[in-house]
Structure formats: structure tokens, C-alpha cells
Write a protein that binds this ligand. Structure first.
Ligand SMILES: Nc1nc2c(ncn2[C@@H]2O[C@H](COP(=O)(O)OP(=O)(O)OP(=O)(O)O)[C@@H](O)[C@H]2O)c(=O)[nH]1
Length: 693
């Protein structure tokens, strides 16, 4: 293909699809590393054989096709096949069989499997009877893998072990991404082999039907990529027109496209072993030989075991890391309150834990958007943009699953992206779906090294655009821009957990705040009900309650008490002269001064207008008169600056057994009246007993 030629996306897509349909599983031929015999399902008749059968079993193609299966495969192997495939009906079995070939005793590695109505038997020589002490090697790896605590180290060690065992010049762990592009994540190689570590390979390199084959058959061995395929004879089964499906076998011939691909890559032998993660093809253990490399069947099986040992260890290590993240997120939420035991609100939570959450979730900014309120930390877009994003999310996204992107510019949220904050993970608070926790990541520009340019691939063949293996594996790079690191599933889960906890914490905080408000309102209500709004002293209602309580205590325990009723002298005149507001100030000043001089057991309250009452506990007779005198002087001493001074007249009434509140206060009132009569600014004591009043 001319390098400057450009094809449309549709043309390339069609070519890729045609490539994906290439029938690689029915090549009608095998690799020359072994021979193949296809029998009917009851093992009574030989239907097809590979053209090289004589080299392996010492019997000609014609004799094999004409003869009894027992004559071709021997009684021992036929019995084993009958037991495993016919009676126990296993889809595949691997056996070891001995057979005399031209007078020599040979050992064979046998892979036998059902294919349609046929039973296919593939035989390879077993060269090394002691099996390279393979079990020991597998066991060593089992012990080593168990001690490795890091995924990168695990795969490095796997490639090193495999390289030691097989001698391949390059051994790699090749990992698929979501789109089935591959990346080499571990490699051990000989100096003469070019490194593919960290190289990317486009998904078309391992098309869908080839990937599917790895689900059926884990191992794909190509000991000699340039070897001529050996055809099956006859080309099709005379009793069944469908071509023989060789998916489960080890010898399936290499498709011409794959042969060309390997040649272009400079690979003479290839071995790939599938690595599955919970049933999904995760990657490949890929071995390259620069020239042909015969590979013992036993060794192939042992390598398969090595890869199989690595995968559960990888999953365990991954689960450990994931669990640690979930634990850490959970732990950080355990501290629900600040040092003083108060529940933290959204802002307090973000300020206190934000830095830790940013670190755990590998983010650059975190914001809790609750309506128009924003609590945030780290690198964030403007508040307006955050609110707009939350609004869009609330209207267009599901509230029960996290929403995330690596590239805001590719989403409807693009207008609100700011600077290089292009990654967003957003989770709605379960208690309030219009509230969102948002985590931002900065752009991570990086270059990807590709093994060969993908656009070199399509070319015209027989007048049609087809995918062909790339000719050049020279490395090239492309720059990935406008993308943050991807959000991992476990990070989305951790953010989900965090949001659930945040929802509980913020609602607890709201409840605590409402409680406090309620408490405050109650206190206010109480004080309104009991206190006088101008002076802050107790009001008449509260004073009446206090007098009633004092009277019962006096009756019950004989504790005496007295009331002192007083009123500002000539207050009307004062008001008229200085104004009502000045009058108010005087009442406040009097209250303040008297409260400062009263003992704790004495209570001052406003009785009404400019009239006040003091309830003095544990006090009577002369004691009460002395107290009244002290109060009178106290008021007289108040310096009201330009307003001058004011005086009060006080009537004192002491408790007499059998007193009611009404009688007691009436006596005090009468005494106060006398104090006014007698010249004001004085104290008068009520005369007589309760009965007299
Ligand atoms: N500034 C102010 N004045 C009040 C308040 N309550 C009552 N007064 C006034 O207090 C005055 C009481 O007047 P009077 O009952 O005639 O008694 P007086 O002028 O104090 O005279 P004597 O009590 O006989 O000394 C009235 O002018 C009321 O308006 C109040 O809360 N603030």
C-alpha cells in the first residue's frame, strides 16, 4: 500500500469486519509439529488424516483412511479415547500413549476432542521423558508467586520464569483494555530481541474471532511461523460437508494473515497463553522466538499452569488494594464530629477530610455542591460552573450510580469545564438527589508508543480493501490530550460509599442544627413568657409564681419572706420633662442598679408601669425594712447625668401565717401609698397581721 493512501472510516470498518470473519478455526490444515486423525463419533472409522501421518505413525495416508482406527492409533490409545470421549463424553482430553512406529517404541502426547460429529485426535512426539522436572518448576513458581505482593512484580517474575523455561527471546504479559487494544505490561527478553514493553497494539491485531478462540482453548502454539501447513486428506469429511473445526486442538494451521503478521514483526515462533479474569479474557502471556522453536507439549501445558497460577494471585492483590481503599474511605468517615464533639456540617467535613479523600481517590479537587452552597478543596472550577454542572447532572443523569468522564470536553458539561480539570466523577447524595459530590482530575498528557502504525494496515487485495498485517513494526508515538486518568470502578464505588456516609453526616448535622434552633426558640419563648421586655427583669406573671412559691415554703417550713413594692416618684413629671424614652432608660438603669445590689435569694420583677416588686426570701420585719432602705439609697445614688436623679418610695410587707399573695401585696401597696403620702423617697412598713389586712 502506498503510505499516503487514505481510506474512509467506513471502508476501514468494513475491512476490519471482513478480517474478523476470517475462518481461522477451520483452516483445513495443521502445523507440521504433529499429525491428525479424524474419526467418526463412535470411533469406528477414519474420516480424515493429515498428509504427514506416515512420518509420525509409519502408515500411509491411503492405508490410514482405508484401515481400522485400531490399526492406525493402536489398541491402548483407542481404549483410552473410548473411555474419555465416548463413555465419559468429555469435550477434550489430553493423554499420553505409546506406540510402535517402524519397530521403534515412541511416546506421544495426544490431544483428542469432539468437533461436530467427529472425534479429532492430534499426536505429537514426547521427546523428553522426564518432563524437564516440570512439576518441580510449577511448584517453585507457586511458592514464589505466593510471596509477591505487587502486581507489576508478579508479572515481571512470570515472564522471567517462562523465559528461563522456554528460551523464547521475548516473553511478555500483554493486557487488553476496554476496547481490546493491547499493551505490554511486563517483559523479559534477550538483548537481540527488540523491546515491546509499554507498546500499544490496536484491537485489530487480535480480532474478535481469535479472542473467542482463547476462551475455548487457552494455548496457541506456533513453533515455526514459516512452516508450510500440512493439509487434511481428504480436504473435507466425505460424510459431513462442514469443514473440520480445529478450535480445541494444539496443531491448528496458522492463517496466512497471521503468518504474514508474525513475519513482519520478525517473529519465527510464537506461543500465547490466555489469561482470564473472572471469565473475561484479560490478557495474554505472549512468547516470541526470533527463529523456529520446537516446543514440547508437556512444557506447553506447564506454562499454561504458570499463567493460571499468576492470575488468581493478581486478582487477590488487586482485591487487597481495592479493599484497602474502601477501608480507608470508611475509616475517614468514622470521625463524625470535631474535637468538641459537635457534628460537622458539609463544609467542616470537606475541610477536615478533603485532603485525605483527594489523596485516596487520586483527585485534584473535591466539591460538595448542596444547592447554591459549595464546600470545596483543591483545584476546582468556579462556583457558578459547579452549580451549573450539578444542575445539569440532576436533570439528566441517574442519581443512583456515579457519573464519570475522563474528558469533560466530550460531554454536555463541556461549557463549564475550566482549565485542565477535564476528569469528573460525580455522585448524587442519596438523601438529596440535587446535591452532588464532585471529584476533579487534571489532564494527564502522555504519549503512547504504538508498535507499528495502525493506518498502515488496510490494503487493496484482489480489488477489495482488506486488513493486512502491518508491514512496519517500527515504533511511533501519539500524544493523548484532553484526558485525565480514567476513574477505576473501585474508585467509583469508594466515591459512592463516601457519598452515602456524607449524606448521613450532613443530615445528622442538619438535624443537630434544627434541634439547636428549636432549643434556642424554646428558651426565647420561655424568657418572653417570664421576663419583661424593657428591663429584662421578671414580669408580673413570673413574680406572682415566685410569691406563691415563697408563701407555700413559708407555710410549710416556716421560712419567712417579705415583699417590697416601690414606684418611681413623680415619674409622670419626669416623662413630661425628658420624654418617654428617657423615662424608659431610667427604668432600665434602676433595674440594673438594684439587681447588682440584691442577693441571689432576692428577686426583682416589674409589677406594672413604673411599679416594681422585690421578693425577699428568708427575711422579715426590720430585715426587710433595712433591705428597702438600701434599695432606696441605691436608686437615689444613680447618676443619670443630664437627666439628674430619681427617687423611689417603698412599701414593705412581711409574711404573716395564713397570708395570700393578694393580701401580702395589698399591704405592701398600702405601705407604699403611705410612703408617697409622707413625702416620697422613703420606706414605710405595713402594719398589722395577715388577719388584719
Ligand atoms: N417612660 C415610661 N413611663 C411609664 C412607664 N410605665 C408607666 N409610666 C409612666 O409613669 C407615670 C406614673 O404617673 P403617676 O401614676 O401619676 O405617678 P407619678 O407621676 O410617678 O407620681 P407619684 O407616683 O405620685 O410620685 C405615668 O406618666 C406613666 O405614663 C414606662 O414603662 N415607661
Amino acid at each position: 500500500m502506498n503510505a499516503s493512501t487514505r481510506y474512509s472510516d467506513a471502508q476501514i470498518a468494513a475491512a476490519l469486519e471482513a478480517c474478523a470473519r476470517e475462518p481461522v478455526h477451520i483452516p483445513g490444515a495443521i502445523q507440521p509439529a504433529g499429525c491428525l486423525i479424524s474419526l467418526d463419533g463412535a470411533l469406528r472409522q477414519v474420516r480424515q488424516v493429515s498428509a504427514n501421518i506416515e512420518a509420525f505413525l509409519g502408515i500411509s495416508v491411503a492405508d490410514a483412511l482405508a484401515g481400522e482406527p485400531k490399526g492406525v492409533l493402536g489398541t491402548e490409545l483407542m481404549d483410552l479415547l473410548d473411555t474419555a470421549l465416548v463413555r465419559q463424553d468429555q469435550p477434550t482430553c489430553v493423554l499420553t500413549a505409546r506406540r510402535d512406529v517402524q519397530g521403534e517404541r515412541r511416546r506421544f502426547h495426544v490431544v483428542a476432542y469432539h468437533s461436530g460429529d467427529s472425534i479429532v485426535v492430534e499426536l505429537e512426539y514426547l521427546m523428553c521423558p522426564d518432563g524437564h522436572r516440570l512439576l518441580e518448576k510449577v511448584n517453585d513458581w507457586l511458592v514464589e508467586a505466593r510471596q509477591i505482593d505487587d502486581i507489576d512484580t508478579l508479572f515481571d517474575a512470570l515472564t522471567r520464569r517462562v523465559q528461563e523455561l522456554t528460551g523464547h527471546e521475548r516473553v511478555m504479559v500483554y493486557r487488553f483494555d476496554e476496547q481490546w487494544n493491547g499493551r505490554v505490561v511486563a517483559e523479559t527478553r534477550q538483548p537481540m530481541a527488540e523491546s515491546f514493553l509499554d507498546h500499544h497494539f490496536p484491537a485489530s491485531d487480535i480480532p474478535a474471532q481469535v479472542r473467542r478462540l482463547y476462551d475455548i482453548n487457552r494455548v496457541r502454539s506456533i513453533p515455526d511461523a514459516a512452516a508450510e501447513p500440512v493439509p487434511l486428506v481428504p480436504a473435507t469429511d466425505p460424510h459431513d460437508s462442514a469443514p473440520l473445526d480445529l478450535s480445541r486442538g494444539a496443531l491448528r494451521a496458522v492463517s496466512p494473515i497471521h503468518q504474514e503478521y508474525l513475519r513482519n514483526m520478525g517473529v519465527g515462533a510464537s506461543l500465547s497463553i490466555a489469561m482470564h479474569d473472572e471469565g473475561r479474557l484479560w490478557g495474554l502471556l505472549a512468547c516470541h522466538g526470533l527463529g523456529p522453536m520446537p516446543l514440547e507439549a508437556d512444557l506447553r501445558d506447564a506454562l499454561c499452569a504458570l499463567a493460571q497460577i499468576a492470575m488468581p494471585r493478581m486478582m487477590l492483590l488487586r482485591t487487597r488494594t481495592d479493599t484497602r481503599l474502601l477501608h480507608d474511605i470508611h475509616d475517614s468517615n468514622e470521625i463524625l464530629s470535631d474535637e468538641r464533639g459537635r457534628l460537622l456540617g458539609p463544609d467542616g467535613l470537606v475541610q477536615r477530610h478533603g485532603a485525605q479523600w483527594l489523596e485516596l481517590l487520586d483527585a485534584n479537587g473535591i466539591a460538595l455542591v448542596t444547592g447554591k452552597e459549595i464546600s470545596g478543596m483543591g483545584a476546582l472550577p468556579d462556583e457558578e460552573n459547579l452549580v451549573a454542572m450539578a444542575d445539569w447532572l440532576s436533570r439528566h443523569q441517574r442519581h443512583d450510580t456515579p457519573w464519570h468522564t475522563q474528558s469533560l470536553a466530550m460531554t454536555p458539561l463541556a461549557p463549564w469545564q475550566e482549565g485542565d480539570l477535564c476528569g469528573l466523577l460525580a455522585v448524587a447524595l442519596p438523601t438529596e438527589p440535587s446535591h452532588w459530590l464532585m471529584l476533579f482530575r487534571r489532564e494527564q498528557r502522555h504519549s503512547r508508543r504504538w508498535a507499528g502504525k495502525p493506518e498502515d494496515t488496510p490494503m487493496i487485495r484482489d480489488g477489495q480493501l482488506v486488513m493486512t498485517p502491518r508491514r512496519s513494526f517500527a515504533q511511533w508515538q501519539d500524544e493523548v490530550k484532553g484526558q485525565s486518568h480514567a476513574w477505576r470502578d473501585i474508585e467509583c464505588r469508594a466515591a459512592g460509599d463516601l457519598t452515602k456516609n456524607l449524606a448521613v453526616l450532613t443530615s445528622s448535622h442538619e438535624i443537630a442544627q434544627l434541634n439547636e434552633k428549636l432549643h434556642h426558640a424554646n428558651r426565647k419563648l420561655k424568657s418572653l413568657a417570664y421576663s419583661d421586655s424593657l428591663t429584662g427583669s421578671w414580669n408580673r406573671y413570673r413574680m406572682e409564681q415566685a410569691i406563691d412559691a415563697a408563701l407555700s415554703a413559708a407555710e410549710r417550713h416556716g421560712h419567712p419572706c417579705a415583699v417590697l413594692l416601690f414606684d418611681v416618684d413623680h415619674f409622670k413629671q419626669f416623662n413630661d420633662t425628658h420624654g418617654h424614652e428617657a423615662g424608659d432608660r431610667v427604668l432600665v438603669e434602676i433595674t440594673r442598679a438594684l439587681q447588682a445590689t440584691l442577693r441571689d435569694t432576692d428577686t426583682l420583677g416589674r409589677w406594672g408601669g413604673e411599679e416594681f416588686l422585690v421578693l425577699a426570701s428568708h427575711c422579715e420585719g426590720q430585715g426587710a425594712v433595712h433591705l428597702a432602705e438600701r434599695l432606696r439609697r441605691c436608686v437615689e445614688d444613680i447618676d443619670l447625668a443630664e437627666l439628674g436623679r430619681v427617687t423611689i418610695s417603698i412599701g414593705v410587707a412581711s409574711w404573716h401565717p395564713g397570708d395570700t399573695r393578694k393580701r401580702l401585696v395589698a399591704r405592701a401597696d398600702e405601705a407604699m401609698y403611705r410612703a408617697k403620702e409622707n413625702g416620697r423617697n422613703r420606706v414605710e412598713q405595713a402594719a398589722g397581721s395577715a388577719a388584719q389586712a
